[in-house]
Design a protein around this ligand. Structure first.
Ligand code: ATP
Length: 463
C-alpha cells in the first residue's frame, strides 16, 4: 500500500478504537460465547426470531451475513457429499410426510425425552432428566422432583379444513425418513447399484424441552443427512470411511484440529438395531458437544418401511438376482450447529497499534463476502467510478461489496469483523498506474496489483 494509505489506516485505527469503546463495547471479561452472540447480532449474522415481539424461544433468524455463511456451509457440504462423489445423489423431500412414516420409523412411539419438574415452589425448573445433577434439581439443588415422564418431541399440526385425529401430521423431526421412503423411487429412476447414497439438506423441527446455547439446540433447524446403502458385509468398511470423510470435511474448511474430536458411542447408548455410532464433536465454549453423528444402522429403516407400507423395498442384485435389504450408514449433521462452530472457530482478537482488532478468520469458501472494494476518497469521482467498475466486474465471479460509508481504516475493521477475505482499495495513484491495493484479512499485508490482473489474482487466492 502507498504511504498515504498506511498513514490513513493508522489514523483510522486510532479513531476506530474510541468508536469501538463508545459504540461497541467488547465484554472482554465475558466468555467467548457472549462475544460471538453479540457480534452475530451487531454485524448481521444471527438475530433472535420475532425479536420485536420479545422473541420466540428456540428459533433464530439469519441476517445478511449469516445467510451467506450458512449457504456457503450447505454448498460446501453438497459439493463434498453429492457433486464430488460418483456414488451419492441428492434429494429434496417435503417436510410434511404421511403420518405412517413416523409410526414405521418409531418416532410416534419413542421419539421422546424424559422430563421432570422441580417441586420446590420457589424454583420453576423443568427440564430433561439428563440435566439433573446427581439426581438433584440443577437450579436449586432440591431433591423433590416429579416422576420422570416421556415428552414426545415431534411438532404436530393438522392438514385440511378439519382438525381431528385423522388430519394430524407432523413437522418432520429429521430429514432421514424422506430419504428412506424414496429409496425405491431413486433406484427405479437412477438405476443405482450398491453401494450408493442419497443426500439431502432441509429443515427439521423438534419441540426441544430446553433449547439453548444460542443456535446449538433449537426447535427449528436444518440438517444435512446422507443415507448410504451397501451390502451387509460392506457396512463396517463404509462406516469407517464415512467417519473419516466427515471428520476431514470440517478440517478442509479450516476448523482447528484441536477443537474437533470423535466420540464412539457406548453400547448402551445405541439404538437396539444399530451396530455402531460415532459423533464428531466440537469444543464449544460451553463444552465438547455433538456436531454430527455417523451411525451404522443395519437394515432397520428399510425393513420397517417395507412392513408398514406393504411395498417391496428390497434391493435386487442385477447380476445374481439375489434380493435383500441393504444396510445403511447414516452421517447426520446439523447445518446450524456446523455454522455456529465455524463462527466460534473463526473468532480472533488481536491488538494492532494498541487497539483491538476483531477478525473472523473464515475459510475463504465460507466467508460471507470474498472481496470489498473501497474507494480511498469518496469525493473523488474518478476513484469512485473506477471502484464501482471493479466491483461490477468482480461480482460476476465472487460475492463482493462496495463500501464508501467511512474512512479506510474503519472500513477495513468492519470487513475484518465479518470475515471479508480481501479488501481492494482504489486511490489517486490507481487512476494513473491502473493498479489497486489488495489487503489480505488475516495478515493485513498489502500488495499493489494491476487492475487487469485483479480477477485472476483473487480467484487464485480464493480457490
Ligand atoms: P442431541 O443429542 O444434541 O439432541 P441428536 O443425537 O438427537 O442430538 P440427531 O437426531 O442425531 O441428533 O440429529 C443429527 C444432527 O442434527 C445432530 O448431530 C445435530 O447437528 C442436529 N440437531 C439435532 N437436534 C438439533 C437441535 N435441536 N438444534 C439444532 N441442531 C440439531
Amino acid at each position: 500500500m502507498n504511504s498515504l494509505g498506511s498513514a490513513l489506516e493508522a489514523l483510522e485505527t486510532f479513531l476506530l478504537f474510541s468508536d469501538l469503546l463508545v459504540e461497541y463495547p467488547f465484554p472482554m471479561t465475558a466468555d467467548l460465547m457472549d462475544k460471538i452472540v453479540a457480534l452475530a447480532k451487531r454485524r448481521g449474522f444471527i438475530f433472535q426470531s420475532s425479536e420485536i415481539y420479545g422473541g420466540l424461544n428456540g428459533a433464530w433468524d439469519y441476517g445478511p451475513f449469516g445467510v451467506e455463511l450458512k449457504r456457503n456451509v450447505k454448498e460446501a457440504w453438497w459439493k463434498a457429499t453429492v457433486h464430488f462423489r460418483d456414488d451419492v445423489v441428492g434429494l429434496d423431500a417435503a417436510i410434511l410426510m404421511h403420518p405412517r412414516t413416523w409410526e414405521a420409523s418409531g418416532h410416534t412411539a419413542n421419539f421422546a425425552d424424559m422430563m421432570a419438574d422441580c417441586k420446590n415452589t420457589n424454583c420453576s425448573w423443568r427440564g430433561r432428566i439428563d440435566q439433573l445433577k446427581n439426581g438433584k434439581c440443577p437450579k436449586c439443588g432440591g431433591k423433590d422432583l416429579t416422576q420422570p415422564r416421556a415428552f414426545n418431541l415431534m411438532l404436530k399440526t393438522s392438514l385440511g379444513a378439519m382438525e381431528d385425529s385423522s388430519s394430524v401430521v407432523y413437522l418432520r423431526p429429521e430429514t432421514a425418513q424422506g430419504i428412506f421412503v424414496n429409496f425405491a423411487n431413486v433406484i427405479d429412476s437412477m438405476h443405482r447399484k450398491l453401494p450408493f447414497g442419497i443426500a439431502q439438506i432441509g429443515k427439521s423441527f423438534r419441540n426441544e424441552i430446553t433449547p439453548g446455547n444460542f443456535t446449538f439446540r433449537t426447535r427449528e433447524f436444518e440438517q444435512m443427512e446422507t443415507e448410504y446403502f451397501c451390502r451387509p458385509e460392506q457396512a463396517l468398511e463404509k462406516y469407517e470411511e464415512w467417519i473419516k470423510a466427515r471428520f476431514q470435511w470440517y478440517l478442509d474448511l479450516g476448523m482447528k484440529k484441536e477443537n474437533l474430536k470423535l466420540r464412539v458411542h457406548d453400547k448402551d447408548e445405541l439404538a437396539h438395531y444399530a451396530a455402531g455410532c460415532t459423533d464428531v464433536e466440537y469444543n464449544f465454549p460451553f463444552g465438547w458437544s455433538e456436531l454430527e453423528g455417523i451411525a451404522n444402522r443395519g437394515d432397520y429403516d428399510l425393513k420397517q418401511h417395507a412392513k408398514f407400507s406393504g411395498k417391496d423395498l428390497q434391493y435386487q442384485d442385477p447380476v445374481t438376482n439375489e434380493k435383500f435389504f441393504p444396510h445403511v450408514i447414516e452421517p447426520s449433521g446439523g447445518c446450524d450447529r456446523a455454522t455456529l462452530a465455524f463462527l466460534v472457530d473463526a473468532y480472533h482478537e488481536e491488538t494492532v497499534n494498541d487497539t483491538l482488532r476483531v477478525v473472523m478468520k473464515f475459510h475463504p469458501k465460507l466467508a460471507p463476502i470474498k472481496v470489498a472494494v473501497l474507494p480511498l476518497l469518496k469525493k473523488n469521482e474518478g476513484i469512485v467510478a473506477l471502484a464501482k467498475k471493479i466491483k461490477s466486474e468482480l461480482q460476476k465471479d465472487m460475492v463482493c461489496v462496495y463500501d464508501d460509508t467511512a474512512a479506510i481504516g474503519k472500513l477495513y475493521r468492519r470487513q475484518d469483523e465479518v470475515g471479508t477475505v480481501f479488501c481492494v482499495t482504489v486511490d489517486v495513484q490507481s487512476l494513473e498506474d491502473k493498479q489497486v491495493t489488495v489487503r489480505f484479512r488475516d495478515t493485513m499485508q498489502q500488495e499493489r496489483i494491476p487492475v487487469e490482473r485483479l480477477l485472476g489474482y483473487l480467484k487464485e487466492k480464493l480457490s
